[in-house]
Ligand binder design. Structure first.
Ligand code: DQA
Length: 153
């Protein structure tokens, strides 16, 4: 099968810069740098390019998603707590219409009821939740498989 070069934007939302120190019983001991290193090596294995950003600010995440229009062909996002609150991030993803995979380290459906609802899920291809740092690697694989299988119908 012929392959297109995929350019993937990876976005980490609020408080994910504190991974490793933040509630390690829930989120594990891996730091964001560890996760990014594993994403970079998985990207190389899959022959795709990843550009990785983290922000604690909803508006900055919206700007980054808007800026992805016509630049990136896939979005891998852990919106953190904005998953459960942000119509603005959902609308930005719908606006740019870039295939998106939502990831979470923890299993949000097993936690407090306020975490069970995701504003992002309806505009995402799918969601990977509950595999710790591995959720990101699985999410990248799922996104790349989706892009490759939809590139040449
Ligand atoms: C999270 C789950 C969210 O509910 C929480 O607010 C986070 C992290 C996760 O990766 O498990 O910040 O997105």
């Amino acid at each position: 099968m012929k392959e297109i070069q995929s350019q993937i934007l990876v976005l980490h939302g609020p408080n994910l810069n504190m991974l490793g120190k933040r509630e390690p019983n829930i989120y594990g001991l891996k730091t964001l740098d560890d996760i990014n290193a594993s994403l970079n090596s998985e990207a190389e294995r899959l022959s795709v390019t990843v550009s990785i950003e983290q922000s604690n600010h909803e508006g900055i995440l919206v700007d980054l998603i808007q800026g992805a229009f016509d630049v990136f062909n896939g979005l891998l996002i852990n919106p953190g707590a904005y998953t459960h609150t942000s119509v603005a991030i959902r609308d930005a993803i719908a606006a740019v219409a870039i295939p998106t995979v939502e990831v979470h380290l923890s299993n949000i459906h097993q936690r407090e009821p306020f975490r069970h609802h995701s504003y992002i899920a309806p505009v995402a291809i799918g969601q990977i939740s509950g595999f710790g740092a591995e959720s990101y690697r699985l999410g990248l694989q799922a996104l790349v498989n989706h892009l490759r299988s939809h590139a040449y119908p």
